[in-house]
Design a protein around this ligand. Structure first.
Ligand SMILES: NC(=O)c1ccc[n+]([C@@H]2O[C@H](COP(=O)([O-])OP(=O)(O)OC[C@H]3O[C@@H](n4cnc5c(N)ncnc54)[C@H](OP(=O)(O)O)[C@@H]3O)[C@@H](O)[C@H]2O)c1
Length: 246
């Protein structure tokens, strides 16, 4: 491992082959961090890695792409093993991977409920549990940012599984923040409003109407996540940071 690579901070962003996760990964890479990207699709991971190699050839050593389904413990463990072998540590974890079904409770199947909770909530549990020991050992300031939603603060019709998972993310975050309060690890949630990504496009195509039609760009959320990482003193441990379009 090169000295440069070892001394730079390392960020792991789940669900980072498009949308908010990808923009966050690109921003952190440009801010001189080592970055690990992932998603369920090897093809998508390869495409993003290729795009980054083409755009930022000098950063080839600082980016790692690994296929990983956040709901599968074996995937999470193997991603962590490879990441630690490559960069030696994880300083920042952004638990971003998420899915949504826009369906009434009557139409929601048990499988769709389980997929939602397994991805949006269990995935955060699995990653936090695996990454925390490295952060505690590190003894430098480490940060976990869990991506919830405005739908983690208020319920919306036809989004019951999604809202349940996103409310859960906030409760999980507050609990963990208290567990690690004395250990130089800060755990926070970001709750964005509507963001112009494939996720929102999919639910709008299924009948979701935006209360305030103006969507944010994923880059705006990436910038807010970066602010939470770089201006830590402005945020408290366990905070849910609401971030809406003005
Ligand atoms: N868009 C919004 O309006 C909005 C608002 C508030 C909060 N959020 C939250 O922001 C996060 C990102 O959303 P987005 O809008 O950027 O969505 P997106 O464009 O659909 O991107 C989701 C990313 O997560 C990955 N992913 C999905 N399931 C996964 C799994 N089981 N394991 C690993 N990766 C997985 C996807 O890749 P693969 O499909 O290839 O795995 C993709 O890279 C989500 O947690 C979402 O709930 C979104």
């Amino acid at each position: 491992m090169s000295l440069k690579k070892q001394t730079q901070r390392t960020a792991l962003i789940t669900g980072s082959t498009r949308g908010i996760g990808k923009e966050t990964a690109l921003l952190l890479l440009q801010k001189e961090l080592n970055v690990i990207i992932s998603s369920r699709s090897q093809q998508s991971v390869d495409n993003v890695i290729q795009e980054i190699h083409d755009k930022f050839p000098s950063k080839k050593e600082n980016i790692l792409g690994i296929k990983c389904d956040v709901s599968q413990q074996s995937d999470v463990k193997s991603l962590l093993d490879i990441s630690i072998k490559t960069f030696g540590k994880i300083d920042i974890l952004v638990n971003n991977a998420g899915i949504v079904y826009f369906k009434s409770i009557m139409d929601t199947t048990e499988e769709e409920w389980d997929n939602t909770i397994d991805t949006n909530l269990k995935g955060i549990f699995l990653f936090t549990k695996e990454v925390l020991p490295y952060m505690l050992e590190n003894k430098s300031d480490s940060i976990i940012i869990n991506v919830s939603s405005g739908a983690g603060k208020s319920g919306f019709p036809n989004l019951s599984a999604y809202c349940a998972s996103k409310f859960g993310v906030i409760g999980f975050t507050e609990s963990i923040a208290n567990e690690v309060a004395d250990n130089n690890v800060k755990v926070m949630t970001i709750c964005p409003g509507g963001v112009d990504t494939k996720m929102i496009e999919d639910i709008v195509n299924n009948g979701f109407t935006l209360s305030n039609g103006k969507l944010m760009k994923p880059e705006q959320v990436a910038n807010k996540i970066y602010d939470m990482i770089s201006n830590q003193k402005d945020y408290y441990n366990g905070q849910s940071v609401e971030f809406y379009n003005k």
